[in-house]
Design a protein around this ligand. Structure first.
Ligand SMILES: NC(=O)c1ccc[n+]([C@@H]2O[C@H](COP(=O)([O-])OP(=O)(O)OC[C@H]3O[C@@H](n4cnc5c(N)ncnc54)[C@H](O)[C@@H]3O)[C@@H](O)[C@H]2O)c1
Length: 362
């Protein structure tokens, strides 16, 4: 049964009734069927989703349950929230295990077919206080997951990040670009942690034949984001809804691309659905994000518009060292391999997100 919430825009409700999708912005799920293998869509598959109580993870859990899969969500709720998965608790195919993957994986499920790793604090506000947890989850935690994949033959999909490109010298960024990261900077815990995780996955592929795949996610936004996570989307929406000035660092000419969460989840599923033989053996990694690039200033204006706010823009010096000036994915590799494409435009996605924030904040 579809549960309609006030922040669910009817235009973003699912079009594919057979998948019985209940996630906001689910129009993007239509892309799932592009490369859907029917056995994986509806049959009895067990997946572990680490970080499943987080923003993207909770949407992924919903999408997998909608496929009929058994989902074991493993999360220590460090940056995730129990409320993100509250609506899933009664589902007999959903299992929540509060657990820190730095110390290993729970024994159950003994033989998952898929391990999706989303466990890692991802917001710049966490890079200082949680720096060691970030590095440990991307190294020790990642090793435990790869070991489980090696022992069980599970496919493991790592959610990497555009941050591996650092302050890119190539634009837009393609997967073959090695990046430009400051190992000594304040973002290094995250950037280098994710780079290490990528390197470890590659070595488990070479040495142990593990079926490992990766997506490098670019900025994703949508309902169930942490309103206080310090990233630009929640910051701007909160400020606009409260009619406060929107804080733009520098002149606002720096660019970002923003991908609606249903498109991100559809991309994760598209890569999970690929046959092992179709995965690029040299670079089993796919950029995942929205190609549409906008300046932070343009983005601030759109948020003000969508919120119907009278907020002004306040320019401030950028407190974040190593903040990249330009970020935009080249997603042609993912598109060619799976047919995946973004479905939700910026304004449409923002309308659904703002509606959710109104509910959350008011
Ligand atoms: N949101 C984005 O724009 C974005 C961009 C690039 C990459 N990513 C990646 O996607 C993944 C999910 O990001 P998100 O935005 O949903 O962040 P999030 O903070 O909402 O989710 C991360 C989840 O991992 C959990 N976690 C952290 N450390 C853990 C540990 N040691 N053991 C078990 N669980 C742990 C947290 O409690 C949280 O629920 C992350 O790996 C992140 O690096 C996200």
């Amino acid at each position: 049964m579809l549960i309609r919430r006030p922040w669910q825009d009817s235009r973003l409700l699912p079009t594919n009734e057979t998948l019985n999708i209940t996630t906001p912005g689910a129009r993007g799920w239509a892309t799932i069927s592009i490369n859907d293998r029917s056995d994986r869509v509806m049959s009895d598959i067990t997946a572990v989703v680490t970080g499943g109580a987080g923003f993207i993870g909770s949407h992924l859990c919903r999408a997998l349950l909608d496929r009929g899969w058994e989902v074991h969500c493993v999360d220590n709720v460090l940056t995730g929230r129990a409320t993100n998965i509250e609506d899933l608790r009664d589902n007999p195919r959903f299992h929540f295990i509060e657990h820190n993957i730095i110390h290993g994986l729970p024994d159950e499920p003994a033989e998952p077919q898929f391990i999706f790793n989303l466990a890692c604090p991802a917001s710049p506000v966490d890079f200082g206080p949680l720096a060691l947890e970030i590095m440990r989850v991307s190294s020790e935690g990642m090793r435990h997951l790869l070991e489980r994949a090696r022992e069980t033959g599970a496919t493991i999909l790592q959610t990497s990040t555009s941050e591996v490109y650092g302050e890119p010298r190539e634009h837009p960024q393609e997967e073959h670009y090695w990046g430009n990261v400051n190992t000594l900077g304040s973002r290094a815990c995250y950037d280098e942690g994710k780079r290490f995780a990528e390197a470890m996955l590659m070595n488990y592929r070479w040495l142990h034949g593990v079926d490992g795949r990766m997506v490098r996610i670019f900025n994703t936004y949508g309902p169930w984001m942490r309103p206080d996570d310090g990233r630009v989307v929640p910051n701007f929406i909160r400020q606009a809804l409260l009619h406060e000035p929107l804080t733009v660092y520098g002149d606002g000419g720096q660019t970002r691309s923003f991908c609606y969460v249903s498109d991100t989840v559809a991309g994760i599923l598209a890569v999970a659905d690929m046959e092992a033989s179709a995965i690029d053996p040299e670079r089993p990694v796919y950029n995942l994000g929205n190609r549409r690039e906008s300046t932070i200033l343009e983005f601030a204006q759109t948020v003000i518009d969508v919120c119907g706010s009278d907020s002004e823009i306040a320019h401030q010096p950028n407190p974040h060292a190593d903040d990249p000036a330009r970020r935009c994915p080249d997603t042609s590799k993912l598109e060619a391999a799976t047919g995946w494409q973004t479905q939700v435009g910026l304004r449409e996605g923002l309308e659904a997100t703002v509606a959710w924030f109104r509910d959350e904040l008011c």
